[in-house]
Design a protein around this ligand. Structure first.
Ligand code: NAD
Ligand code: AHE
Ligand code: ZN
Length: 370
């Protein structure tokens, strides 16, 4: 079949809206009509050539929601007409990682996914006879895409696509980092670095968990009002502050340091600040941000010797097929907010504007509606 898609033909170039050929679903695969997709900073990072796994030409996008239109042989868990959210972290329920109960990082198809291919080692997309790579196993910047069955979460049919697509990455990542990875307890102090599409969801996750102080740190002063809207109690404008000054301010506000800090910037210097802003003896810093290829984190080992912990989280530690439908329920029941964070709704033809708005700090989330 044919599908309209925004294709990343080369790094640092605007996406091009073209018609692609799309092969139908094979055994264990499903064809999904994407109804809406968010634009996450990770898409921008890959488009900017900063991802060590980045491949071109490819169809980016990993934060979508849509409807199953066709299923391949052997597919039993979803059927045409089902509403689904694509999962860049699938859940096979059979691999060592899924069975461990210790991680959400299913390994069933990670190797081919990282090479921009379906599990059988081929791509379903092509343009003028040339193969086009998949991205994060999702490629939601295409109106139609093919996904492995284990990489779709079936969701309720009354959830609007325009907002629930954000659960495909940003909402689940931010809220999940708090409730699944950190497991923040009532009365604990939380510090969030970077109040964008992910960090604001960390804030609302911290509020949900009953955190006492929720401190937001950003270099964009306009993010203060955004943070307060979702439960932030204190804001620190870190423009012009050294690491030591930022840490000192957090220690003052928290009586010695954060119980949990979160990096939602992807900046390795900020990651160090976030670790050092943790409470001596027990504070844990959780890295959410994705750093550009070649960057490394550093700190004095003394920071860890004296009881601070450094951890990371992908997709908020959520097991996609199990947890995503529950997060959709939380949204539909009003436990978490999504609508105000969708600041811009665009057509596929306008998708490059979504990247510009993100880089200019003018959007929280832009969503493309097909
Ligand atoms: P975003 O662009 O919406 O937000 C980033 C925020 O960080 C902005 O408010 C910006 O002003 C702020 N910021 C930038 N530099 C800063 C600094 N030096 N100090 C303080 N604040 C600073 O991006 P997003 O979509 O929220 O994504 C945030 C990060 O999370 C990205 O690195 C993205 O790739 C990553 N991410 C990771 C996962 C995961 O599973 N681990 C999932 C989604 C996104
Ligand atoms: N490909 C990059 C790493 C990118 C990365 O860490 N991705 C996160 C999701 S970001 C969503 O917006 C993730 O899920 N990581 C786990 C995984 O298996 O990819 C690199 O550095 O090579
Ligand atoms: Zn993302």
């Amino acid at each position: 079949m044919k599908t309209r898609a925004a294709v990343a033909f080369a790094p640092k170039q605007p996406l091009e809206i073209v018609e692609l050929d799309l092969d139908g679903p094979r055994t264990g695969e499903v064809l999904v009509e994407i109804m809406a997709t968010g634009i996450c900073h990770t898409d921008a990072y890959t488009l900017d050539g900063l991802d060590s796994e980045g491949l071109f030409p490819s169809v980016l996008g990993h934060e979508g929601a849509g409807i199953v239109r066709e299923v391949g042989a052997g597919v039993t868990s979803v059927a045409p007409g089902d509403h689904v959210i694509p999962l860049y972290t699938p859940e096979c329920r059979q691999c060592k990682s899924c069975l461990s109960g210790k991680t959400n990082l299913c390994t069933a198809i990670r190797a081919t996914q990282g090479r921009g291919l379906m599990p059988d080692g081929t791509t379903r997309f092509s343009h003028k006879g040339q193969p086009i790579f998949h991205y994060m196993g999702c490629s939601t910047f295409s109106n139609f895409t093919v996904l492995p069955e284990i990489a779709v979460a079936k969701i309720r049919t009354d959830a609007p696509f325009k907002t629930s697509c954000y659960i495909g990455c940003g909402v689940t990542t931010g809220v999940g980092a708090v409730v699944n990875t950190a497991k923040v307890q009532v009365g604990e102090n939380v510090v969030v670095f970077g109040l964008g599409g992910i960090g604001l969801n960390v804030i609302q996750g911290a509020r949900l968990a009953g955190a006492a102080r929720i401190i937001g740190v950003d270099i964009n002063p306009e993010r203060e009002a955004w943070g307060r809207q979702f439960g932030m109690t204190d804001f620190l404008d870190s423009r012009g502050l050294s690491r030591e000054e930022t840490v000192a301010r957090v220690l003052e506000l928290t009586d010695g340091g954060a119980d949990y800090s979160f990096d939602a910037t992807g900046n390795t210097e900020v990651m160090r600040t976030a670790l050092e802003a943790c409470h001596r003896g027990w504070g844990t810093s959780i890295i959410i941000g994705v750093a550009e290829a070649g960057k490394e984190i550093a700190t004095r080992p003394f920071q860890l010797v004296t009881g601070r912990n450094w951890r990371g989280t992908a997709f908020g530690g959520a097991k996609g097929r199990t947890d995503v439908p529950k997060i959709v329920d939380w949204y539909m029941e009003g436990k978490i907010a999504i609508d105000p964070m969708i600041t811009h709704v665009l057509s596929l033809d306008e998708i490059n504007r979504g990247f510009d708005l993100m880089h200019a700090g003018e959007s929280i989330r832009s969503v493309v509606v097909y």
